[in-house]
Design a protein. Structure first.
Length: 107
């Protein structure tokens, strides 16, 4: 899988239920992203999810996993200084990497 590399920004908290909790970078895989860099363990792949909330466009990123999972925001964001990132979104993109399926099983 190839895409655009980006950095993960967080306030220091990393959710233990995140499948990419050890990653500091990701590879954005999307039809609007040039396929430049190969995803790897250090740059796990994430997909962009687009929807409309309260009449406005909203975009977030989710890890690409084999089994469908319910993800929620874990408080981290992705961003890249690459000019191609600005074509996707003008601001950092929320990273929804908190696996709610695991969290509800363990409560």
């Amino acid at each position: 899988m190839k895409g655009l590399p980006a950095e993960i920004y967080s306030g220091g908290f990393v959710d233990s239920y995140s499948p990419i909790k050890k990653a500091k970078n990701v590879t954005i895989v999307d039809e609007k992203v040039p396929r430049l860099f190969e995803a790897s363990e250090e740059y796990p792949p994430v997909k962009l999810v687009r929807r409309t909330l309260f009449g406005k466009d909203y975009i977030h990123a989710e890890p690409i996993v084999e089994k469908p999972t319910n993800f929620a925001s874990g408080g981290r964001f992705i961003y890249s200084c690459d000019s191609r990132f600005r074509e996707l979104n003008q601001y950092p993109i929320p990273l929804h990497d908190r696996n709610m399926d695991l969290e509800t099983r363990n409560t």
